[in-house]
Design a protein. Sequence first.
Length: 359
Amino acid sequence: RSVTVKLETFEGPTLSSALQRAMDVAGAGAEVVSVHRGPNNRVTVSVALPAPDSVAGTPTPGRPSRRSARRASTAGSRTPRRRSARGRAADGVGEWDARMRSLGLRARRRESLLVGEEVVDRATLTRRLARHVSCEDEPALGRERVRRRQPRILILVGPTGVGKTTTAAKLAAQVHLGWNNGREPGTLASRQRLGLVTLDTFRVGAVEQLGTYAELLGSPLQVADSPADLVRIVSELSDCDLIVVDTAGRSPRDRAGLRQLERAVELLPQAEVLLTLPATSRLAELEFAHELYASCRPSALVLTKLDEAIATGDAFELMARTRLPLRFLCDGQQVPDDLHPARALGVARWILDPSGSCA
């Protein structure tokens, strides 16, 4: 006999609340079909569940369903789980599996996170997720200035529209303010001398956007129109502590543009290249971008648009697969506030609840 399936929708101010309502009504066995964000950023979740009159529907009184029977047969002499004190903070494995599935985590990852457990709480799951995330401490921003023979150079690369220019502005502003990782302005001694450079002469308004921030920070923006010009400008800014370089996003078909970017990196071997990618992209797009910019030899990742992401599974899968450590997280447009040093536990918390904080 075929199974009749019906759809039900549940709404909430956040994805977590909508999923919780769905699980409260439909149970952990319900399958998430779609997730939509509507007016006022309210989230609607559609789930599929067997109709009451189907074979897999509600069991008749006194007669357990096949699933219940299977669970009972494997339970042995186990003591039934009780939700009390500590139990209220613990959810069944099936509920967590459903939640992570709705967020786009792959079955293999979910199984590795939940294997061997009958009950798991949020704190335990967060710690396990954190083990799959490699983060790298930012070595200089916000720390006491140390004079070097050469300035430190950060070059932001990545596809178009991922937020490189805004990220460059946030980095520059935090350096100008001498911010430390506690998000507090530093002393005058901790503020570093800053150089701002852009190679993005293709996108309309890119120079003007970054130039506005540069003017506010008192660090005039330098525009480089070629790799050789970039090297010349870097040499002129040798009295700076830090130079932040913004670049243009390149189409995969723009081989000449990509080669120019690769050449710029080759001419500045001391530079640190930060691959900037959005949390809103699908895994195939993220992996393609990771491969496309591999020739630029990135040393770390910057993940942007965390505040716009509904499903976190694709970004998490990229972090779990790549060997590049994550250095910065961007979760909004506010300069300089919405830039945070990456911390594994913070990333793990965001993966489980994309509407929450990643800091």
